[in-house]
Design a protein around this ligand. Structure first.
Ligand SMILES: Cc1cc2nc3c(=O)[nH]c(=O)nc-3n(C[C@H](O)[C@H](O)[C@H](O)COP(=O)(O)OP(=O)(O)OC[C@H]3O[C@@H](n4cnc5c(N)ncnc54)[C@H](O)[C@@H]3O)c2cc1C
Ligand code: FES
Length: 292
C-alpha cells in the first residue's frame, strides 16, 4: 500500500505527526563540500535533540536532527531573513545533512522548491540547563547548535578532522574549534578543549553529539569531574516509532527512549561506545559500522 501524501497546503491544518507531510524546500545552504542545510516550509514545535524522519518517495526514509526552528532558533530565523524568504506555513525547520549513502546523497541533490516528506518531531530532547558546555563533532553539530541558540549562558565547542569539515563558523563567533590536523583552532581533539574549559570553570551540564567514541570520551571526562552530561545517540533507524527494533542499543530503543540519554543511562548501555546494529540487524563494532 502506498503511503498517503499530504500536500504543502495541508501543513496549516492539524496532521498527526506520524503521517509524512510533503513540504517545500525554501532554501539550500552549502555548509562545506560534504554538508548542506535545508530550510523547510513547515511549522513545527521541535526541541533541541529531537529528530524528524525525512522521506524521499521511491527511495527511503531517514532520521535527521532538527537543526533549528524559525520560532526557537535565532540562527534559523536569520537565515530566512537573509534570503528574504516567507514560508507559507508561517514557520520553518532547518536540517543539516551530510552525504553518506544513497538517501543522503540524493537529498543533497535537492534544490529550492523541490518537495520532500517530513514526519515528526520524535524522540526525547536535551534537558535545558544554563551554564553548560556543548561539544559537537561532524553532523553531531546540528542538535548542539540548536541548543546553543536557546541557552543564554553556554560555551560551544566544535571538533572536526579538518577545517573544511567544520560547520556554522559564521553563526557562532564565540565557538571554540579544534581540528585533528590543526588547519583551524586547537590542533587535537575537542575533548582536550573540554578539559580546558572545565578547568576554567566547572559547568552545570555538558551536552554532546558526534562520533560515538568522542561521546564516550566526553562521558569519561564528565564522570572524572562529577559533571552531569547528556549525549544524543545515532543508531540505524527505520520506523522512528519504537516498532521495528532496528535502533536498539543495549537495553534501550533509541528512537523512543532517546536519542538523548543521560550519563547514568549511557553507563548502563552495554553497547554504547562499542557495538551497533547494521541495516540487516547484524551486531558489529562501531569501527565496522561507520566504515560500512
Ligand atoms: C537521531 C538521529 C539523528 C541524525 N541526525 C543527522 C543529521 O542531523 N545530519 C546527518 O547528516 N545525519 C544524521 N543522522 C544520520 C543519518 O540518518 C544517516 O546518515 C542516514 O540515515 C544515512 O542514510 P543513507 O541512505 O544515505 O545511507 P545508508 O546506506 O543507510 O548508510 C550509509 C552508512 O552510513 C552510516 N549510517 C547509516 N545510518 C546511520 C545512523 N543512523 N547513524 C550513524 N551512521 C549511520 C552507516 O555506516 C551506513 O553503512 C542521524 C541519525 C539519527 C539516528
Ligand atoms: S527505528 Fe524502529 S524501533 Fe527505533
Amino acid at each position: 500500500m502506498k503511503p498517503e501524501i499530504e500536500t504543502e497546503h495541508a501543513c496549516k491544518g492539524t496532521i498527526p505527526k506520524n503521517v509524512p507531510r510533503m513540504v517545500r524546500i525554501l532554501d539550500v545552504i552549502e555548509e562545506n563540500p560534504f554538508v548542506k542545510t535545508f530550510l523547510l516550509d513547515i511549522k513545527m514545535d521541535a526541541l533541541p535533540g529531537q529528530f524528524v524522519m525525512v522521506w524521499l518517495p521511491g527511495l527511503d526514509e531517514k532520521p535527521m536532527s532538527v537543526r533549528g526552528t524559525s520560532e526557537a532558533s535565532p540562527a534559523v530565523k536569520a537565515l530566512l531573513q537573509k534570503a528574504k524568504l516567507k514560508p507559507n506555513s508561517e514557520g520553518a525547520v532547518a536540517i543539516t545533512v551530510e552525504a553518506r549513502g544513497p538517501t543522503t546523497k540524493e537529498l543533497l541533490q535537492k534544490k529550492p522548491n523541490d518537495m520532500i516528506g517530513i514526519r515528526g518531531p520524535y524522540g526525547k530532547p536535551y534537558s535545558i540547563v544554563e551554564d553548560s558546555i556543548m561539544v559537537g563533532g561532524g553532523v553531531g553539530m546540528p542538535p548542539v547548535a540548536f541548543l546553543a541558540d536557546i541557552l543564554k549562558k553556554r560555551r560551544l565547542l566544535q571538533g572536526a578532522r579538518t577545517k573544511e569539515r567544520l560547520l556554522f563558523l559564521d553563526q557562532y563567533e564565540d565557538m571554540r574549534i579544534s581540528t585533528d590536523d590543526g588547519t583551524l583552532g586547537h590542533k587535537g581533539f575537542v575533548t582536550e578543549l573540554l578539559e580546558e574549559e572545565i578547568m576554567k570553570k566547572k559547568p552545570k551540564m555538558v551536552y554532546a553529539c558526534g562520533p560515538e567514541l568522542m561521546m564516550l570520551a566526553v562521558l569519561r571526562i564528565c564522570r572524572k569531574h562529577r559533571i552531569p552530561m547528556e549525549a544524543s545517540l545515532e543508531r540505524y533507524m527505520r520506523c522512528g516509532l519504537g516498532v521495528c527494533g532496528s535502533c536498539v542499543c543495549g537495553n534501550r530503543v533509541v528512537c523512543v527512549e532517546g536519542p538523548v540519554f543521560n550519563d547514568k543511562e549511557l553507563e548502563e548501555m552495554a553497547d554504547f561506545g562499542k557495538f551497533a546494529l547494521t541495516k540487516s540487524a547484524r551486531k558489529v563494532t562501531l569501527k565496522e559500522y561507520y566504515s560500512g
